[in-house]
Design a protein around this ligand. Sequence first.
Ligand code: HAM
Length: 416
Amino acid sequence: MYKAPRGTSDILPQEQAYWKYVEQKAAFLCQLYGYQQLNTPIFEDFQLFARTVAGGTDIADKEMYIFEDRSGQKLALRAEGTAPVCRAYLEHGLFNLPQPVRLYYIGPTFRYERPQAGRYRQHHQFGCEALGDADPVLDAEAIDLAQRFLLSLGLPEFPIQLNSIGCKVCQPKYIEALKQHYSDYIARLCPDCKARLARNPLRLLDCKRASCQKIAETAPKIADYLCGGCQAHFQDVQQYLQALDIPFQLNYRLVRGLDYYTRTVFEVQSQAEGGQSGLVGGGRYDDLIEQLGGKPTPAVGFASGIERIILNLKEQKINPPGLLKPIAFIAYLGKEAKTEAAKLASQLRDAEIAVIIATGDKSLKSQLRQANSLGTNYTIIIGEREVKIHSVVLRDMITNKQETLSVTEIAKALER
Ligand code: HAM
């Protein structure tokens, strides 16, 4: 027996109402904020991710799905959504439009991670990106949109963690200071942090091991190293958030798992333990588009994992609205009646009445049993007699009451 690959899952019919609920809320909010949908391919040139996600991050080093196609081109499954959006922005000359260009996406993302609850090898992200503008009001807008998304789904207000990690002017000085601090503790660092010290020192700050966290507690704070421009930008972001009444917590150790961030970074964590707690992650990435060959183009955005959102909805016992469900089952007896049943089903669907038609040559009893298990409110029965007199029997599946109606009356009766 084949099984879905480890870390992936089928989204079964009974799960679909959650997915529609989350996707429709996301799409509605994006329209409310003027973000337009952009769909990018599921795979890209490997270099797009290799260059932007950068070495020293887990995604670049261990998690990308890389393959060669039949022509020998090296490709990677989408490891995250931001670099593809930037690639499309450059490829289609979206920089010629009035800036900022606001875009959103919903789609699968692939990372070879150790699967656990809320952590998958294929997960789906809803993400928003505003490209071409450095205004701190856009950082606040991204955070506002992310928070409204969670609240509009009925989730409680989870705290927003906020930090600024500076720019290419001030960040290198901070990294030097950080390295200096950690160099006194090398022997006590976990093997991952030893590697981080050499390749990606910022990530030292968010190691989850207690012994490494102790060293991070006394590490220099990035806030003390921000240049004037970054300081003013960060102040403004906070001021806009306060004006919008969006509570946030400053977290000087928040650095994010991708390497392209500059200035603002933020995350929303739920209270859940372990792998499913990160609901939203994002920030500013002012150098990424230039790194891809474009002109210097500031940008900001975030993404949220839909599986984790749904896990949290279930934890909070939030039920999504149900999907359209067939109201009637059409049963028939005999070949002629079967043709009439098919015609009636088509007419009812023309009137946007959802129905399911029986199949095969089952007895009436067995067709009624099927209607019962499908849970339709009504069964429409067409026998030889009904064919002759152009009528149908409408059976209420709860009261078991039956009435004979003409074919023209049935749609009206069901609409009622
Ligand atoms: P990220 O934090 O790597 O950021 O992923 C965004 C969100 O995707 C996470 O907050 C989490 O909800 C979900 N997620 C990530 N990995 C998994 C996984 N293995 N299983 C289930 N859910 C997962 C980014 O990808 C950035 N591109 C976000 C961004 C957009 N920054 C600026 N613009």
